[in-house]
Design a protein around this ligand. Structure first.
Ligand code: PFF
Length: 467
């Protein structure tokens, strides 16, 4: 296979643009909204530690595998896997891993857009001054009202999905660069400002202890959730990073670039957690509050400091943009595939895909109101039921989609990509694509990709089953 191929969808102007786009994909609601509430739900330090180990030993090797597959083939994930497999006399059926990834990405987008919509909603609420001087209980009630109103959620879900579709229809390469160059650093600065505020709450150390004190008895419970979230947070396992890799210039070094993106993403997650928990404790909120954690904690913080109103508006705009740049990367693999395959226009494909995700996303909207009582996989004193209305235990519709995507499909996708790079493509092709200067660095990376990541994923699955 020649490595001089060029993608038909365009290519990033430089390594920096790839870093921006990949960081834009990785940093999003996963770091700022999901990571803190998962830390709260799965007991703090043990979850954080397992998450970090999963990022280093599994997430980064899979991310490298995805990027190098994409850049080698310069096509959408499904066609990339098929072409590279054929090159080495293996079945083109490998492309099924990419099809599964595309479906997973669309499922993720369906709920991602709903939560992205909450951020958009909060921009206006902040600007109106709804949170000035309110108590934590009042913010909690406010959030309850927001998610309890299906029409309001549908409106913002539609705005989020529509704007994402417009950008993707215009083409990823180009549009993203300009906005991300400003927005990403600004988001980072605002998180630092929040961190500064956390330090003044008098509960900073309590927050740090919660985030980093290790309690071995909690490790097993948080194992699969932490691994799943490592994939979610890095955007790996669905082909998003693979398609971005396909647009990466040949001259860029994959190793250094991917490690930078993973470090940035992890840093933002930790920063969000360290900034958030002291405020949670200061406000007497419950760390295991669930998906509402950030939407209750931060408005309260912004509502009680000077200039908080302006900072709050800017913060939710930035969260919205971070979510938006991730959403775009969720749609891109499928859009690129359909454009390659059927030669139809990006605009047409983007519109229909966004519409399908929007429709499915209504399930997530209703999980917080009309279908709140609908529970799946209920396992309580009365035994196991696939579905029960009004049960205490079990998962709601959003919970099912989140569980299926983050905990099952992303790790399975990652397993396929790591095995493909480590065992199917062959050492020579991987070495050529990674182009690492030190042979030892290559050997270590290849070892992680070939053995550590796949075994790690299987061990976590096994531990979950036998727990
Ligand atoms: N990494 C994104 C976040 O943390 O918000 C979410 C995401 C984007 C997951 C793209 C998967 C993906 F392919």
């Amino acid at each position: 296979m020649s490595s001089e191929k060029v993608s038909v969808h365009g290519s990033w102007a430089s390594r920096w643009v790839f870093i921006l786009a990949a960081t834009g994909s990785a940093v999003g609601l996963g770091s700022i909204w999901k990571f803190p509430y998962m830390v709260g739900e799965y007991g703090g330090g043990a979850f954080v530690l397992v998450f970090l180990a999963c990022i280093a030993l599994i997430g980064v090797p899979v991310m490298l595998a995805e990027t190098l597959i994409g850049r080698r083939a310069r096509q959408s994930p499904a066609n990339a896997l098929a072409a590279l497999a054929r090159d080495v006399g293996q079945p083109a059926a490998w492309s099924w891993a990419a099809f599964a990834g595309m479906l997973t990405a669309l499922l993720i987008l369906s709920f991602y857009s709903v939560v992205g919509g909450w951020s958009f909603d909060y921009i206006l609420d902040m600007a109106k001054g709804d949170f000035q001087g309110v108590t934590p209980d009042q913010v909690g009630a406010y959030f309850g009202n927001v998610i309890g109103d299906p029409l309001r959620l549908i409106f913002w879900h539609s705005v989020f999905m529509f704007t994402s579709a417009v950008v993707i229809a215009k083409g990823v390469v180009g549009g993203l660069e300009r906005s991300l160059r400003i927005m990403m650093p600004l988001l980072f600065v605002l998180l630092l400002v929040l961190l500064g505020y956390s330090m003044t709450t008098g509960h900073f150390m309590q927050g740090l202890h919660f985030m980093f004190d290790f309690d071995a008895s909690k490790v097993l419970d948080g194992l699969l959730p932490a691994m799943g979230h490592a994939f979610f947070s890095l955007s790996v396992g669905v082909g998003s990073i693979m398609i971005y890799g396909a647009y990466m210039p040949k001259s860029a070094s994959i190793g250094g670039t991917i490690v930078s993106v993973a470090l940035l993403d992890t840093f933002v997650s930790l920063l969000a957690g360290v900034a958030l928990f002291p405020i949670v404790f200061a406000a007497g909120l419950n760390p295991s509050e669930g998906p509402g954690l950030m939407f209750v904690t931060l408005p309260y913080a912004f509502g009680s400091v000077p200039f908080g109103q302006v900072m709050g508006v800017v913060f939710f705009i930035l969260v919205g943009v971070a979510a938006w740049s991730s959403a775009i990367s969720l749609l891109e693999p499928m859009v690129a595939y359909l454009v390659e395959r059927h030669k139809i226009s990006r605009a047409w494909v983007s519109t229909w895909l966004a519409l399908a995700c929007w429709l499915f996303g209504l399930g997530t909207v209703f999980s917080f109101n009309l279908w709140k009582e609908a529970k799946f996989f209920v396992n309580d004193a009365a035994g196991f039921h696939l579905y029960q209305w009004g049960a205490q235990a079990g998962l709601d519709f959003f919970g099912v989609v989140d569980f299926f995507t983050s905990r099952i499909m992303l790790p399975l996708g990652g397993l396929c990509f790591a095995v493909f790079a480590g065992w199917v493509m062959g050492r020579a092709a991987v070495r050529d694509e990674l182009a690492m200067r030190h042979p030892l660095a290559f050997e270590a990376t290849f070892f992680l990709m070939r053995y550590v990541a796949p075994c790690g994923i299987l061990i976590v699955f096994a531990a979950q089953l036998w727990k």
